[in-house]
Write a protein that binds this ligand. Structure first.
Ligand code: HEM
Length: 411
């Protein structure tokens, strides 16, 4: 059976990911064409589609034969590259990547995030208790959209008075809520974010603190100071990388808990740990559907050979449901163990914000089981529109307040 018969939709078109039964498409690709050649179309090249867990993990680990420097998502790879290549962490390889990553890790290591963690928990408590008092809310807009951005702004020490504007700009720059992404407004928003961080960087150069912007402004990386453009690009990637992903996971968690009342009860009755639940939420929601690489040499994968220079897309959304890696992959099981999901990547480019993302998701799960007695979805909700991110931008729910709130809550 070939993929033509499987009827693989155009994976570049954001609509395909909503209009098709992608769970079935991925299941068949994994079984019948795990290394699939996506055809070229209207001025854009073809690319490989890797759908099995072990192939995705092997390629993520193989930074000798695959590079991120020609882009790491479909949008930039198909355009011929990323303007941040060799400067922005996620699209930089080799020595500079290692040096820059070790610098930034100083701000992202669990020990450095202690205060930020406390603030996340405080925010979760306030938002959930207020929403439960009101009864009805849009979980995506009123709760989940606040936490990641506030948290990354805390980490970057963005002044509180600027945050509403930063949120507006990041939403506009990603434009995944709407059906016509890539407008001039979005491009302007991107430019405005870069300008905003250029300004903040100037202030940090004058008065450095301990945040990642100050770290990048004052440290030497590989024996030289980073230029303003490099620092601003990395700020942009931190805010983009840290905002939508955790937000989509939290929204997806609530949706999954509504759809799986047995798992909500297991969480509520503390039959599962928050840590194990958080990992299953990451697997189930897979906020970034794919990342990508370019081959530096010819590489055989399965029965095919990926030629030097070819673009390769790695579909986490499929790998995380691979029946070869997970038992009953289509079951949302908060006690799943082992749970080797790839939602945070693997290898050298493993998510820099993994601990922070987990802190946010786990605090939300802990908050829900502590402050909320029951969750009911009150309207249809809205899916985002993207070939990269997956999840919902609106999820109307009623949260019923738990009677004995907060006895088990630690801040
Ligand atoms: C890398 C997902 C949260 C910043 C990655 C990668 C994935 C990922 C899959 C690997 C990309 C690749 O291999 O090309 C997620 C998910 C998150 C999350 C699902 C939340 C649930 C965060 C947060 C931040 C962040 C909170 C920062 C505030 C980054 C950065 C990289 C990265 C800078 C590049 C690391 C490198 O290239 O060394 N993320 N992320 N992420 N993530 Fe995250």
């Amino acid at each position: 059976m070939t993929a033509q018969q499987i009827a693989v939709p155009d994976l570049v078109d954001p609509k395909s990911h909503l209009d098709h039964d992608m769970i079935e498409v991925w299941r068949r690709l994994r079984a019948e064409e795990p290394v699939y050649r996506h055809p070229a179309a209207a001025g854009r090249p073809g690319f490989w589609v890797i759908s099995r867990h072990d192939d995705v993990a092997r390629i993520l680990r193989d930074d000798e034969r695959f590079t991120s420097e020609r882009g790491n998502v479909l949008a930039t790879m198909l355009q011929g590259g990323d303007t941040g290549a060799g400067r922005m962490l996620a699209v930089t390889d080799g020595r500079h990547h290692t040096d820059l990553r070790s610098l930034l890790l100083q701000a992202f290591a669990p020990r450095a995030l202690k205060d930020v963690t406390l603030r996340v928990r405080g925010l979760v408590r306030t938002l959930l208790t207020e929403a439960a008092e009101r009864g009805e809310c849009d979980f995506a807009k009123d709760i989940a959209s606040v936490i990641p951005l506030e948290t990354i702004c805390d980490l970057l020490a963005v002044p509180v008075s600027d945050r509403r504007e930063v949120l507006r700009l990041t939403k506009s720059a990603l434009a995944s809520d709407y059906e016509s992404p890539g407008s001039d407004v979005d491009r302007m928003a991107r430019g405005e974010i870069l300008l905003y961080f250029t300004d903040l960087l100037r202030q940090r150069r004058r008065r450095p603190g301990t945040d990642p912007i100050s770290l990048m402004a004052t440290a030497e990386v590989g024996g030289r100071r980073l230029g303003d453009d490099d620092i601003v690009l990395n700020c942009y990637s931190l805010i983009m990388g840290g905002d939508e992903t955790s937000r989509l996971s939290m929204i997806g968690a609530v949706r999954a808990l509504v759809e799986n009342p047995d798992q909500w009860r297991a969480l509520k009755n503390r039959e599962v740990t928050v840590e194990s639940a958080g990992e299953e939420v990451l697997r189930w929601t897979t906020p970034t559907m794919h990342f990508g690489r370019s081959a530096l040499v010819d590489v055989p994968v399965g029965e095919r050979t990926i030629a030097s220079g070819d673009l390769v897309t790695l579909w986490f959304t499929s790998a995380n449901r691979d029946e070869r890696a997970f038992s009953e992959p289509d079951r949302f099981d908060l006690s799943r163990s082992p749970n080797k999901h790839l939602s945070l990547g693997y290898g050298r480019h493993f998510c820099l914000g993994a601990h922070l993302g987990r802190v946010e998701i786990n605090a939300m799960l802990d908050g829900l089981r502590t402050f909320v007695d029951d969750i009911e979805q009150t309207g249809p909700g809205r899916h985002i529109y993207s070939n990269f991110l997956s999840g919902m931008s609106s999820l109307p729910v009623t949260l019923k307040a738990a009677p004995a709130r907060g006895a088990d809550w630690q801040e």
